[in-house]
Design a protein around this ligand. Structure first.
Ligand SMILES: C[S@@+](CC[C@H](N)C(=O)[O-])C[C@H]1O[C@@H](n2cnc3c(N)ncnc32)[C@H](O)[C@@H]1O
Length: 400
């Protein structure tokens, strides 16, 4: 049987926490983040107790004798294996001294940069803990709270996300996107849709990397699913007169182009429209809010209206579907994708996007006088490692 007794040479060492280690509070305990190796070590209650006692003045033997009455002798003796490993990993050292990676000298900005680095390396939990520490170090910097809001939201710390965003918003009330997210986080009364300012803000930032982010990183498939939902009708269609509402950079326009005689693109975001213009797929692009555009449209009745991943910024769909039906020719079609909600009629997710229940789509279509041809569930894309399930919908304006 293996000898569990610690070596005498270990027992006489006087451990202290490495100067490159930051001790961070986390749910249910502590974490030790080594800024040298950029790794987080989760400390169980015994490890946290040892770290507390490891002040460079006590030997390992004295630490064991101190914790034995609290956790039991056998467990205390076993914990020397953790101490030994921690010496090997340089989490514990014998003289604190100074290090080129002096954790307690790092300012909030550097810790926040570290958090950002870990976030993009997909270690969002560690990033969140570091960002929390950064905000605590410099509570007067609103951007520390903004970044904490984002990370707390990603790791599901909803009330902390709300608190952090509120702190930031107090000094940045012009930030329409955060204002919108706070409505969701505070479970406030829902607006009919995300405001124009909010959409403009999101997409002027996002436009530059929208396609690479959506298609390469998030496996965005809404355009493919929506095109397929029209089935044979779309395959056979030639010479359509169509408008793509919320056209963005033109991902869905590219699917429509071969079937259209005339294709218009409408979007609120000038930055997205600029990208759409570079594709050359639209005959005309217009910068407008889509419900205003529908209300003001006085041209030829349309064969087709599409909204790919756009009505996710609308709550109640009744008004927009009614306005769209009024602009279609009899027999014309409308296709759109939504994010699916299990709760009727719809809800605003903490992401700031609305999710709709199938029953609401059916009810809104009925009020709009539309025939529901299809509502199918498809994976639209990924988000934080999870599938985003959508409702891919095709409506038709009845012939009479
Ligand atoms: C997620 S993107 C989808 C873009 C494109 N349809 C696609 O599938 O890639 C949503 C687009 O809808 C636009 N948008 C959101 N709300 C809008 C509104 N009320 N009126 C016009 N455009 C809107 C945004 O500016 C953005 O370009």
């Amino acid at each position: 049987m293996a000898n569990l007794e610690p070596a005498e040479s270990l027992l006489v060492r006087k451990p202290c926490i490495s100067p490159s280690v930051l001790i961070l509070t986390m749910q249910g305990g502590y974490g030790a983040f080594d800024v040298r190796t950029k790794t987080m070590h989760r400390l169980n209650p015994t490890a946290a107790l040892i770290v507390e006692l490891a002040d460079g003045g006590r030997t390992v033997n004295e630490i064991v004798e101190t914790i034995a009455p609290i956790i039991g002798r056998e467990k205390a003796v076993r914990s020397t294996r953790w101490i030994e490993r921690s010496f090997e990993q340089k989490l514990l050292v014998e003289t604190a001294g100074s290090s080129e990676h002096q954790a307690d000298k790092l300012d909030a900005g550097t810790i926040s940069d570290l958090a950002a680095e870990l976030r993009w390396a997909d270690d969002v939990h560690t990033a969140f803990l570091l960002q929390k520490h950064a905000a605590e170090l410099d509570p007067s910097d609103p951007y520390q709270w903004y970044r904490l809001g984002e990370l707390a939201h990603i790791v599901g710390e909803r009330s902390l996300a709300c608190e952090a965003y509120e702190t930031y918003f107090a000094s940045h009330p012009e930030d329409a996107e955060v204002g919108h997210i706070l409505i969701a986080l505070k479970d406030e009364e829902l607006p009919p849709r995300a405001s124009d300012a909010c959409i403009d803000q999101i997409y002027s930032r996002f436009a530059e990397f929208y396609e690479s982010n959506m298609c390469d990183e998030l496996a965005y498939r809404a355009p493919e699913h929506l095109a397929a939902a029209f089935g044979k009708w779309m395959k056979d269609a030639k010479g359509l007169y169509a408008v793509d509402l919320g056209c963005g950079t033109g991902l869905f326009g590219r699917k429509l182009r071969p079937h259209c005689q005339r294709l218009l693109g409408v979007d609120l975001s000038p930055a997205m429209l600029e990208k759409a213009g570079q594709t050359g797929v639209y005959d005309e692009l217009e910068s407008a809010e889509l419900t205003d555009w529908l209300a003001g449209y006085s041209g030829e009745p349309l064969d087709l209206i599409t909204c790919c991943d756009t009505l996710i910024y609308f709550g109640d769909l009744t008004k927009v579907l009614s306005a769209a039906m009024a602009r279609l020719r009899p027999g014309g079609k409308m296709g759109f994708t939504l994010e699916k909600s299990d709760k009727a009629p719809f809800r605003l997710g903490d992401s700031g996007r609305f999710r709709h229940h199938r029953s609401h789509v059916q009810a809104a279509a009925k009020t709009a006088g539309a025939h529901v041809e299809r509502i199918s569930e498809k994976v639209l894309r990924r988000e934080y490692g999870e599938d985003v399930i959508g409702l891919v919908t095709v409506l038709a304006r009845p012939e009479k």
